[in-house]
Design a protein around this ligand. Structure first.
Ligand SMILES: Cc1ncc(COP(=O)(O)O)c(C=O)c1O
Length: 441
C-alpha cells in the first residue's frame, strides 16, 4: 500500500522504502507501553532508545515542563544564564564520581561526544601540549553520528560512506567480545582484561606525547551489550594515567542508573576524566546531553593566560543547557532519587539475567549477555541474509506486544526501571516465541 502522507519525512537509521510500505506508527505512550495506530499496546523493551527509564507521560515531568515553559521558555546560552540550568549542573555533579564536578551542556549524545573530544584537544593545548591530537576509540563502539563520534566509533556501516572525512590521527582498540571465550557470560566476563594492553601497543606506536584521549563506552550498548571483562577498564585507566592521556567514558546509555548505580564508572569502580551523558538525564522527554569533567580540566582553562573577559572555550550550542530541558532534568533526577529507581534497576538485574539466560538452547541463539538492566541476545544469521533474522524477530514482536530493538542479528534489551519482574519475564517469553517462530525467506 502506498502512503503519500509519509513521503516527506526521511527516517533516520531506518529502511525507509520498507517502512513506507509497512508503516509502524505510534500514537501515544503511558508508563512502560506504547499504543500503536492499530490499537496494540507494546511493552517498551529498550526504554525508548535506552532513554526512558521512567516510562512515559510521568505527571511530575509534564508539570515541570509546562511550568518552566511558562516562566522562562528560552534564554540565550552564551554570556547569560538561568538558575534552573545552574541547579541541574550541580545536581548532575553531585551524582558523578568525586572530582568530576563541572558540566558542559549539549543536546544529544553525539554532541556530548564531540564536545568531550574537543575539550580534550583544547585542554592539552591550553596546558602547552598541543602535540596531543590523537584520539583512541574502539572497534564496535557507537559514539553517535558527528564527525568526531564516527571517527572514534567502530561500526563499519556508520563509517564507510564518510571515510574521506574522518578525523586525522584516530586509532582503535580491539573490541572485547570473543564467542569462544565468553559465550553466555553472566555479568562481566572473566576473560579479556589483557585486551586493554593493546593501548600500550598504540602508545608505543604513536608515542604518548601525540595522544589526547581514549574514549570507550563502559558497556558497549549499540553494538549489542558488550560487557567489559573483569579488570579491563581498570587497566585502561592505569595506562591512561601513566601516559597523561585523558580517559573519557561515553555513558550516554550507562549513565543515570542503567547499570544499577549513578554512572557505570561507579558500578565498575573506574573513574574516568570525563563522562558524556544524554538520554536518561531527561528521560527522553526533551533532548539534552553533556559532559561531566574533572575540576582540573575546567581549571586549566580558567587559569590560562588571558584577560578575564576572554572566552575560554570556543564551543557551545544555541540550546546548551536549555531551560526547559534543565527543568525536565531536575524533575527526572528527583523522581530517580525519591523513588529509589537506580536501586530498583539493580534489584531487577537478577530477574533479567535469569530470564534471558533461559534462552540458551533456543534455535539459533549463539550468545546471551547481561549486566545491570541491559541484555543482549545474538542470533546466528540466516545464511546469506545478515540482519534478516533479528529483523523478523522485531516484526514478530510488533505483532505480539513487544517493541524489540535489534542491530544486525542482535536483540538488545533495556527495560524501563519501573518494569515489574512479571513484565520482564513476559518480554523474554515473547522473545522466545519470536525466536522459535521466525524462518528464513
Ligand atoms: C554510547 C553512545 N554515545 C552516543 C550516542 C549518540 O546519542 P544521540 O543519538 O543522542 O546523538 C549514543 C546513542 O545511542 C550512544 O549509545
Amino acid at each position: 500500500m502506498s502512503h503519500p502522507e509519509l513521503e516527506a519525512y526521511w527516517l533516520p537509521f531506518t529502511s525507509n522504502r520498507y517502512f513506507k510500505q509497512h508503516p509502524k506508527l505510534m500514537v501515544s505512550a503511558k508508563g512502560a507501553y506504547y499504543r500503536t495506530e492499530s490499537g496494540r499496546e507494546l511493552f517498551d523493551c529498550l526504554s525508548g532508545m535506552w532513554c526512558c527509564p521512567l516510562g512515559h507521560a510521568h505527571p511530575k515531568i509534564i508539570e515541570a515542563l509546562v511550568q518552566q515553559a511558562e516562566i522562562l521558555d528560552y534564554s540565550p546560552a552564551f554570556q547569560v544564564g538561568n538558575a534552573t540550568t545552574f541547579r541541574l549542573a550541580e545536581r548532575i555533579a553531585d551524582l558523578a564520581p568525586a572530582g568530576l564536578d563541572h558540566v558542559f551542556f549539549a543536546n544529544s549524545g553525539s554532541e556530548a561526544v564531540d564536545t568531550a573530544l574537543k575539550i580534550s584537544l583544547a585542554y592539552h593545548r591550553v596546558r602547552g601540549e598541543a602535540g596531543r591530537f590523537r584520539m583512541i576509540g574502539r572497534e564496535r563502539a557507537y559514539h553517535g553520528v558527528g564527525f568526531g563520534g564516527i571517527s572514534v566509533g567502530g561500526m563499519v556501516a556508520n563509517r564507510k560512506a564518510f571515510a574521506s572525512a574522518m578525523l586525522p590521527g584516530v586509532d582503535h582498540l580491539p573490541h572485547t567480545w570473543n564467542l569462544s571465550q565468553m559465550a553466555f557470560s553472566r555479568g562481566q566476563p572473566a576473560w579479556g582484561s589483557h585486551l586493554a594492553d593493546e593501548l600500550e601497543r598504540l602508545v608505543a606506536l604513536h608515542d604518548a606525547s601525540t595522544i589526547a584521549a581514549v574514549i570507550v563506552e563502559p558497556v558497549q550498548g549499540s553494538a549489542g551489550v558488550l560487557v567489559p571483562p573483569l579488570g579491563y577498564l581498570q587497566r585502561l585507566r592505569e595506562i591512561c594515567t601513566r601516559h597523561g592521556i585523558l580517559l573519557i567514558f561515553d555513558e550516554v546509555i550507562t549513565g543515570f542508573g542503567r547499570l544499577g548505580a549513578n554512572f557505570g564508572a561507579q558500578r565498575l569502580g573506574v573513574i574516568p576524566d570525563m563522562i558524556t551523558f544524554a538520554k536518561g538525564v531527561t528521560n527522553g522527554v526533551i533532548p539534552m546531553g553533556g559532559v561531566i569533567l574533572r575540576r582540573e580540566i575546567y581549571e586549566a582553562f580558567m587559569h590560562a593566560q588571558a584577560p578575564e573577559y576572554a572566552v575560554e572555550l570556543f564551543h557551545g550550542y544555541t540550546y546548551s543547557g536549555h531551560p526547559i530541558a534543565a527543568a525536565v532534568g531536575l524533575a527526572v533526577l528527583d523522581i530517580y532519587q525519591q523513588e529509589g529507581l537506580f536501586e530498583r534497576a539493580l534489584a531487577l538485574e537478577p530477574v533479567l539475567e535469569a530470564a534471558v539466560h533461559s534462552l540458551k538452547g533456543e534455535p539459533g541463539v549463539i550468545d546471551v549477555r547481561n549486566f545491570g538492566l541491559t541484555a543482549g541476545v545474538d542470533l546466528e544469521p540466516f545464511s546469506g541474509q545478515p540482519g534478516r533474522r533479528a529483523f523478523k524477530v522485531f516484526e514478530y514482536g510488533f505483532e505480539h506486544d513487544q517493541l524489540f530493538r535489534f542491530t544486525a542479528d542482535t536483540i538488545a534489551m533495556g527495560p524501563p526501571f519501573i518494569s515489574t519482574p512479571a513484565e520482564i519475564e513476559r518480554m523474554v517469553e515473547q522473545l522466545r516465541m519470536a525466536i522459535r517462530a521466525v524462518q528464513p525467506d
